[in-house]
Write a protein that binds this ligand. Sequence first.
Ligand SMILES: CC(C)(COP(=O)(O)OP(=O)(O)OC[C@H]1O[C@@H](n2cnc3c(N)ncnc32)[C@H](O)[C@@H]1OP(=O)(O)O)[C@@H](O)C(=O)NCCC(=O)NCCS
Length: 429
Amino acid sequence: MATKQYAQWFRGSTPYISAHRDKTFVVLLPGEAVAHVNLTNIVHDLALLHVLGVRLVVVHGARPQIDAALPESTYHGHRRVTDGSAMTTITGIYGQIRTQLEALFSTGLPNTPLHNVEVPVFSGNFVVAKPVGIVDGVDHLFTGAARRIEKERLWATLSNGGIVVQSPIGFSSSGQAFNLPAEELAADIAIRIKADKLIMLSNINHVCDDQGQRVSTLTPTELERTPFLSDEQKSHMVCLARAVRGGVTKAQLVSFEDDGALLAELFTAAGEGTQIVEQQSRTVRQAVAEDVAGIVEVIRPLEERGILVRRERDRLEEEISQFMVAELDGIVVGCCAVYPYGRQVELACLAVHENYRNQSGANLGQSLLDAAEQFARDEDADEMFVLTTQTMDWFLERGFEETKVDRLPAEKQSLYNWQRNSIVMTKRI
Ligand SMILES: CC(C)(COP(=O)(O)OP(=O)(O)OC[C@H]1O[C@@H](n2cnc3c(N)ncnc32)[C@H](O)[C@@H]1OP(=O)(O)O)[C@@H](O)C(=O)NCCC(=O)NCCS
């Protein structure tokens, strides 16, 4: 990556670094991901999250590994039926996987991201289980469900700086071990410890619409209506939806096959997977110094395409109090600037990150315009003006009219760039 690109990417990711610090993520690593060549990269990316101050609970699965060891094993729906002798094999497989993960979290060779980094990993009796029992006449034997999560103990481990690696297993009060579907356990832990995110690494890279296009955001109800391929995939989606309904702020579906997909989903506005949120919390508010990096990420691509006039970072920092930002789930996704000139107010730098434009229901551009107009009214202005080269129709549809340069305040007229030849539009407010 060229130095400039790298610097831009790094600056762009800073709002996410602070947004994720001290947050708690539960990550489901299904058995397919454990067996995938990308596992080492995924574990290193998880370790990076840990270093950045994210509290992590990693729940692993082992479905293909168990299927290979127990070809006679049967399923009822998405659940395996676990008999006594299968349980011995299964606990052995879980032990091997935990050891493999612990080893990967301990890699500290000089050419790895974990060089000089200590990542303490813990596992233990955090899950109290109960039998699933007989469903549709089928006795599930030692297949269980979480009855309780020892959340104080789990929480103490996380607060002490440890990563918890949890096998899909729990123990009853009589000391019996039960085998649990990993996705159900991940959702149960996320709900009970009130996690900020449940991340499901999956071989479905993201949810697609009817045209095969990626859907970046869904509500739990929309997710449940999306058709899925197998019982297992459906069960994963049901768990994501259940977690969000149970109070987890956000559930995310991310590819384990695609190297870097987890980091792209967490540290860029565009993301790569699909996120499930109950209702997007959005606000438009006055910008503060910490928003500069987020604003830069929104406006730079538009400046590079000549849609917005370039503003250097130091000018942005100086003028930050003139800016308003639109936030979605705590991340800056849009901005505008307002400059008072007596009875007139200029609206400038109106932009919404391209992944969040034209979203029916969100109308972020409109919300920013409403906030700018409110600012103008509070300033006792009676007219708002804007200079635009490519967005006339959007402003026309919102009550602006085309006018002449001489309608601008005198100091603005003297700065008018005739080469850029922007159209001047005004609106009475
Ligand atoms: C203009 C902009 C801020 C609107 O943001 P947004 O969040 O998509 O806006 P809203 O959701 O409120 O409105 C979406 C509607 O505007 C329309 N629209 C978006 N850009 C448009 C444009 N350049 N010209 C005409 N209409 C446009 C969409 O088609 C959509 O119409 P619909 O509701 O009929 O489907 C956003 O498109 C943007 O950042 N554009 C690039 C920067 C820019 O041009 N800024 C103005 C500088 S003066």
